[in-house]
Design a protein around this ligand. Structure first.
Ligand code: OGA
Ligand code: CA
Ligand code: FE2
Length: 495
């Protein structure tokens, strides 16, 4: 390639030189013969010069490559004598090794909605796994848990004791707001998501849900506007002038005065965590093994994930639509790998690549798991909350969800909360993985969640796993056995 280029460059270069000799050119009749001998000589000289330059370049390049790889080998043997997948970059200090991407995550193929594939989870038994949706990639496996396993998990959870999944008041928010000392204009600007200079109902609703965990309906909000005389022109929108007339915590104080019922929270359930490592009840260890086989992920990833979360909804319980996992931003760290993160980050989120949800009982009425936008052609966040239809509201609008799974004892559903990055690792959050628990109209509902934690940042995940395995070796040396669940005992977080 470069050879040809250089040759053609040489031909171009020769033309001006030839033109310079024009005045000395003989008459036209002798031109062909004479020109050919002059041209061929200079042509030969120029080609030879370029040929030599080319050869010298190639030799220099070979020297350069040889020298550099030699240095890298030296670094490798000096910094990482005991590990074969460490490749420290010469730019970085040895304390922060770069890991080769030598692990590729298997993703179960959905093929198409309704496709059934056989899976082998326990010896001598075959389960059927049905594809429920492609966006998100979602499967259902009837009979994943045996009757006994369902019973044991519920009994162990009872024995351990369940706690309220959501506290009535979200702490820390008020201090944060005071600390920032924002002006009404600044707050208005933050809330005005579409930046049209008006606060639409859904802009206020989204805010109160995230900030206070209080699930207001559009009617609630209109009541509040009326109570506070906030919407003077009655158009259902708040202008900056209308907003300015409200005191800082007007909404919160109004709500507190009126009292907030459990049914007005984002989540109305109780839960507990069951560790699944060495020493745990055999049923819990068996479930973990089955999850590893189902997801076809490296066992270490499943071992290092959060414990099993057991959830109980009473009659009237619900969980409005949400994501189990956070979006991927460069400044966001995952809760499970923060131990190994060298830097502190302002945002931390649960990174749950997969959710495996188990139904521990068959619910008498309601309690379906709803996926409001599953297999939608497009995802449009704004249209999730239209004036009076809020697709995120699982107390009212589960019937409008694209997909609902009926809770049946022993059935497991599992889905990917992230897309693939196309290179065998975790990519962007899958917005279609939005889901919630519909209101339980009769009886109680018991479910369990097994979340598989993987950091979308490969390096952070690898560093975390190396750290944990080092700790495990150290503790083994001291005659202690490490229970990986204990490692993650304080990392699980409710979103
Ligand atoms: C959850 C959840 C759905 C359900 O616990 O995160 O989404 O059907 N549960 O209970
Ligand atoms: Ca607006
Ligand atoms: Fe969930």
């Amino acid at each position: 390639m470069s050879d040809n280029q250089e040759t053609s460059d040489a031909e171009e270069d020769i033309t001006p030189a030839g033109s310079a000799t024009l005045p000395l050119r003989p008459p036209c009749d002798r031109l062909p013969c004479h020109k050919s001998s002059v041209c061929s000589r200079s042509y030969f000289v120029v080609v030879m010069v370029f040929f030599h330059v080319y050869i010298i370049n190639v030799i220099l390049l070979l020297f350069y490559v040889h020298y550099n790889s030699g240095q890298e080998d030296a670094n490798r043997s000096r910094d990482a004598p005991s590990s074969n997948h460490q490749r420290p970059e010469s730019r970085r200090p040895p304390s922060k090794p770069e890991f080769l991407r030598d692990v590729s995550l298997t993703r179960v193929e959905g093929i198409r909605v309704g496709h059934v594939q056989k899976v082998s989870l326990v010896p001598g038994k075959v389960h059927e796994m049905r594809t429920l949706s492609m966006k998100p990639l979602l499967f259902e496996i009837p009979g994943f848990l045996s009757e006994d396993e369902c019973r044991v998990v519920m009994q162990l959870a009872q024995l351990k004791g369940l706690i309220e999944s959501q506290l009535m008041v979200q702490d820390g928010q008020e201090e944060l707001a005071k600390e920032l000392n924002l002006s009404p204009e600044e707050i208005f600007n933050l809330l005005d998501i579409n930046q049209d200079g008006q606060l639409q109902l859904h802009e206020i609703l989204t805010h109160s849900r995230v900030r206070d965990g209080i699930w207001l309906t559009p009617e609630n909000l209109r009541e509040i506007y009326a109570g506070l005389k906030a919407d003077k022109d009655g158009n259902g929108l708040l202008s900056l002038e209308e907003f300015r007339l409200l005191s800082n915590d007007a909404f919160q104080r109004f709500l507190l005065q009126r009292g907030v019922k459990r049914s007005q929270l984002v989540r109305n359930s109780r839960h507990t965590w069951l560790y699944q490592g060495k020493g745990a009840h055999q049923a819990l260890q068996d479930i973990k093994t089955k999850v590893t086989r189902l997801t076809r992920l490296p066992p270490a990833l499943v071992d290092l994930s959060e414990p099993l979360q057991v959830v109980r909804y009473e009659e009237g319980g619900h969980y409005h639509a949400h994501h189990d996992s956070g979006p991927v931003y460069p400044e966001t760290a995952c809760t499970h790998t923060r131990l190994a993160a060298n830097t502190s980050t302002p945002f931390e989120t649960s990174c749950r690549y997969i959710t495996v949800l188990f139904y521990l009982n068959s619910v008498e009425g309601g309690g379906e798991t709803a996926f409001p936008v599953a297999d939608n052609r497009t995802y449009d966040e704004v249209s999730l909350i239209q004036n009076d239809v809020d697709l995120l509201d699982t107390r009212r609008n589960c019937d409008k969800s694209n997909l609902r799974v009926k809770p049946t004892k022993g059935t497991a559903v599992f889905w990917y909360n992230y897309l693939s990055d196309g290179r065998g690792w975790v990519g962007e959050q899958d917005e279609y993985a939005l889901h919630g628990g519909c209101v339980v109209t009769h009886g109680t509902k018991w479910v369990a969640n097994k979340w598989i934690n993987i950091d979308p940042d490969y390096q952070r995940q690898a560093r975390y796993q190396q750290l944990v395995s080092q700790q495990s070796e150290d503790e083994d040396d001291e005659g202690l056995t490490l229970n990986p669940d204990i490692q993650s005992s304080n990392i699980h977080q409710d979103l």
